[in-house]
Ligand binder design. Structure first.
Ligand SMILES: Nc1ncnc2c1ncn2[C@@H]1O[C@H](COP(=O)(O)OP(=O)(O)OP(=O)(O)O)[C@@H](O)[C@H]1O
Ligand SMILES: [Mg+2]
Length: 374
């Protein structure tokens, strides 16, 4: 494992997901969690580790986030790598690297060898490559001990070149081997996941059982404080730590950044470290630019969503809009179109029919803005 110390194992959730995935009636799950809440960490260091290192399942991981990489070639590469014998730790190290540009699949020089250029979408080869993927998945399938496919940021497939054909091919290949191949798809956009799994004519319609990553709680904080104590030989006040954790919606990444700041600057008071961490993160994630790129009416709607208004398009939303902008609120349809613009830019998302900002950190940042900045 890469960072054995700092990783907080989500034990009951890992166990339950593993059992449901390997022995349940449905061969796939779609795991949703907001931005930066630990989906990838869970896939690699909890579920994948549990399945591969404890139970000897073959596990593969591919993330479709890197849009510069052709998704079908990436899948073919991931499956062919999974067929090679390697330790789980070595695999994780490889998955965290950017994939190579050119790879050779099959025996090095033999007639079955295929060369793939991962940077090239090769639409002309789509049919042939889907056959190759199907063949490799056939080799990977194992009904005794199902191989586990961890496919991260799968919403990107919907808009990738050839995405529909790839999803259709994948569904056929996985459906034919329901006992031998089990899949977890993840995404940080509900709208994106719905497009893939809940749209009637989508190839993966109803293929996966939905699952939500549970939020981390006080146990995570206790665990991290204990590691902090071991590493930095210093104790932090648990109540202050918990208050910081809550201020940033229980976000593990922000919490660890705060611990790093405290570890580096021994004399920095905890509340100063909190403000410094928040500023540094906002800078790294370029929230200022995102905000400035929005029109005032988009900002007003972003603020209203950040406040989790129950009816952003109704009378309360309108009143809030007027207070924020000093202008009369446009009609509901116009306000809806502003929110759809935010969604198109990846800033807003719809959960259980309620609109929210996609990134909990951006949400906290927007709430911290003075209202006059709109
Ligand atoms: N269980 C955990 N134990 C310790 N740290 C964690 C844990 N889960 C998440 N983190 C920390 O939070 C960071 C963000 O997690 P991760 O990248 O897995 O989130 P994500 O939901 O996949 O984000 P994105 O939406 O950007 O893909 C990790 O790099 C790690 O530092
Ligand atoms: Mg991730």
């Amino acid at each position: 494992m890469i960072r054995p110390d700092w990783h907080y194992p989500r034990k009951p959730f890992t166990h339950d997901t593993f059992v449901a995935l390997t022995r349940g009636p449905v061969p796939a799950m779609s795991l949703f969690g907001p931005r930066r809440t630990g989906k990838t960490e869970f896939l690699l260091h909890d579920l994948g580790h549990h399945a591969a290192a404890h139970y000897g399942h073959r596990v593969l991981y591919a993330s479709f986030w890197q849009t510069s990489v052709a998704p079908l070639s990436l899948l073919i590469y991931a499956v062919s790598e999974a067929l090679r014998p390697r330790s789980y730790a070595d695999r994780v190290a490889d998955w965290l690297r950017h994939p190579p540009i050119k790879v050779r699949i099959g025996s090095e020089k033999g007639p079955g060898a295929v060369e793939l250029d991962l940077s090239d979408p090769r639409e002309a080869q789509l049919g042939q490559d889907l056959l190759l993927l199907d063949d490799l998945l056939g080799q990977l399938a194992n009904p005794e001990k199902p191989a586990i496919l961890l496919l991260d940021e799968v919403q990107e497939l919907a808009t990738a070149p050839g995405g529909t054909e790839i999803m259709a091919g994948l569904r056929t290949a996985l459906d034919r081997r329901r006992d031998g191949l089990r899949t977890v798809f993840t995404g940080s956009s509900q709208i994106g996941l719905n497009r893939i799994f809940s749209t009637r004519d989508a190839p993966l319609y109803r293929f996966a059982a939905p699952l939500t990553l549970p939020p981390l709680g006080p146990d995570f904080v206790t665990h991290q404080l204990a590691v902090f104590h071991r590493v930095f030989q210093r104790r932090l006040d648990p109540a202050t730590a918990l208050a910081f954790f809550d201020r940033f919606a229980g976000n593990p990444m922000v919490f660890q950044r705060w611990l790093m700041t405290l570890g580096q600057y021994r004399d920095l008071p905890e509340d100063k470290a909190a403000d410094q961490t928040a500023d540094a993160l906002a800078h790294d994630l370029d929230f200022d630019r995102t905000w400035l790129d929005l029109q005032p009416h988009h900002r007003a709607m972003a603020r209203i969503l950040a406040e989790r208004a129950h009816d952003p398009f109704g009378a309360t939303g309108a009143a809030r809009y007027e207070t924020l902008t000093g202008q009369p609120a446009p009609i509901p349809q116009t306000r809806q179109s502003h929110v759809r613009t935010l969604a198109r830019r990846g800033l807003a998302d719809q959960w259980d029919r309620e609109w929210r900002l996609t990134d909990p950190l951006f949400e906290a940042w927007v709430l911290d803005r003075p209202e006059a900045e709109i």
